[in-house]
Design a protein around this ligand. Structure first.
Ligand SMILES: Nc1ncnc2c1ncn2[C@@H]1O[C@H](COP(=O)(O)OP(=O)(O)O)[C@@H](O)[C@H]1O
Ligand SMILES: N[C@@H](CCOP(=O)(O)O)C(=O)O
Length: 316
């Protein structure tokens, strides 16, 4: 359950004094999510999400994220517009932690995405890439290729504990990724965590909205697409679903056709994207105490995806 910070009714009432949202009508913690504390807030003016930012989000990055959400909403992209307080500020403080109120987005995430969901999600991602064009905020990807080897160096033992012999395999992967990593692909603002839990659909299955922009950064658009292929197109048994992947790519290209260089780069980008999530999951695995409120995500799921990518995907 991702509510790390409890807020009392009195604290909420005092906090809302700073906003023009009227009195609170309902307020409850949201169990989903792992990074921040999220609350569903209903006031006399409507429904909102109150987020208290926790450990992984750096306070200095918050203006980048919140301004991006405002930019995307201004461009008509269905993402949650931050609500300014009475002084026009979208970033506030609650219980001594950074906090913000954003618009509540309707829709449901797909627990078991179908091929049709993948097509819609692909189109939603391309739309996001186009809507983000021109956003003046800059944020380097601090979980990009250059960060992987140093991150792994800190967690070699955890990898060996999970699977004896794994650290040598990861070393080889990292060396190959460093040699083969594509540069100079079309780049811009990317989501970088476009997983099924962060994408909402309408009841008719159409793409509705994207949430959780707290890994957004500057990187290659095709890298974002590779993260997405990994997150949406593997079956529970670990096999890659090429039909789902083709639908996702097809949906993406409805809005933003890929260049030949992007298409050629996708298999290695997908291998790198699998490495990125393997590594952060590995780091969280060791760092999450037994009995913690949030269960860490399984690093070996992404190790299995890495193994598929070592063979090289054929997507086109
Ligand atoms: N703007 C929003 N509109 C509707 N629901 C939201 C919104 N933001 C977050 N949620 C809900 O809160 C949950 C956790 O949000 P998320 O941003 O993914 O948290 P975390 O960053 O902690 O992983 C989501 O699964 C969703 O149910
Ligand atoms: N998507 C990441 C973890 C981040 O979780 P989110 O709830 O913020 O999307 C993973 O699967 O490792």
């Amino acid at each position: 359950m991702a509510v790390y910070t409890d807020i009392t009714d009195d604290e909420l009432a005092a906090f809302l004094q700073g906003y023009d949202l009227g009195a609170p009508l309902a307020f409850k913690g949201i169990a989903e999510g792992v990074e921040n504390s999220n609350f569903l807030l209903e006031t006399e003016k409507g429904r909102y999400i109150l987020t208290v930012y926790e450990r992984r989000v750096k306070a200095e990055d918050l203006p980048y994220f919140l301004n991006l959400l405002t930019w995307l909403a201004d461009k008509g992209y269905p993402s949650a517009r931050p609500v300014p307080d009475r002084n026009g500020r979208t970033l506030s403080t609650l219980r001594g932690k950074p906090a913000a109120i954003v618009e509540f987005m309707s829709g449901l995430s797909a627990r078991k995405p179908t091929v049709a969901h993948c097509r819609e999600a692909g189109e939603g991602l391309a739309w996001l890439h186009l809507a983000g064009e021109g956003y003046p905020g800059r944020r380097a990807n601090d979980l990009g290729q250059a960060a992987w080897a140093p991150l792994f160096a800190k967690h070699r033992k955890a990898a060996e504990d999970l699977k004896p012999g794994l650290s040598a395999t990861i070393d080889q992967d990292l060396a190959q990724l460093s040699l083969m990593w594509p540069r100079n692909l079309p780049s811009g603002t990317v989501h970088a965590d476009y997983f099924p839990d962060n994408v909402f659909f309408r009841t008719d299955g159409k793409f509705a909205a994207t949430i959780d922009f707290y890994f957004a950064c500057d990187d290659a658009y095709a890298y974002d697409l590779a993260v997405t292929l990994n997150a949406w197109c593997f079956e529970a048994d670990g096999s890659f679903n090429i039909t789902a992947a083709k639908a996702l790519l097809n949906g993406y290209e409805r809005r933003r056709p890929l260049s030949p260089a992007e298409k050629e780069a996708l298999p290695i980008l997908a291998r790198g994207a699998a490495m990125r999530f393997f590594l952060t999951r590995l780091a969280d695995w060791g760092a999450t105490p037994a009995g913690a409120l949030v269960r860490p995500k399984d690093p070996l799921e992404y190790e299995r995806k890495l193994a598929v990518h070592r063979e090289g995907l054929v997507l086109f």
